[in-house]
Design a protein around this ligand. Sequence first.
Ligand code: MTE
Ligand code: MO
Length: 226
Amino acid sequence: MGQSLPPGQQEISAFPRFGLWPYATRIPDPNAELTLTLKGDAETSTQIGPDALQRLPRIDQRSDFHCVTTWCRRDLNWSGFRFKDFYELILLPAIHPDPDVKVVIFRCLDGFSTSMLLEDALSSDTLLADMLDGARLPHEHGAPMRLVAPQHYGYKSAKYVKQIEVWRDDRHYQPNGFRFMIHPRARVAYEERGLFFPGWLLRYLYRPLIGLTIRKFKDAYNARSQ
Ligand SMILES: Nc1nc2c(c(=O)[nH]1)N[C@H]1C(S)=C(S)[C@@H](COP(=O)(O)O)O[C@H]1N2
Ligand SMILES: [Mo]
């Protein structure tokens, strides 16, 4: 563990509420109970509640969080469940996916969605997190349950997860933003910020938007209807 950050990333001390602008004002019900719908290229589909997750081993993990717009918040202390454990011990026996599934789609209470290669989601540091820094996951950071995929840009770390789908390919995934903004893998180490443009070029497009976006998300959260 050195001090150096991945290419193009810059440390900030805050952990701001953040995302694509249309989602600034889409704020899910803070009292929403955790229910996960599981479906896809599978024998069946089902819904599970919070109790199902409690039989998975709880994992505490310290990791850095990298937004594609270049801000990085270091050393967040997450707690939750490995997606890999969830996949093997809950999802597989519950819906029996086709053996050829390769893509996972996470759909969220605010209408956001993201997709990952199953292979990436099964990495041992990809968590379904319900705690941050020793407390319940704050609502503005995705309670009751969010994904945390530290090796990937933040847009893969879906907040407010409500549905997990496993598919043979990505034909069921519609990018939320412009096509160029969404890389299927979005690995931070390879600077896979988006499609069509090199990562280093997107740094300069995104960086000027950080301050504005933080303010937009903060104002919208403060103005939310209670
Ligand atoms: N449901 C949902 N998940 C989301 C987003 C969002 O707008 N809605 N934004 C993504 C982006 S671009 C980033 S950088 C992180 C920000 O997480 P934070 O708001 O907890 O800092 O959430 C990601 N997951
Ligand atoms: Mo982001």
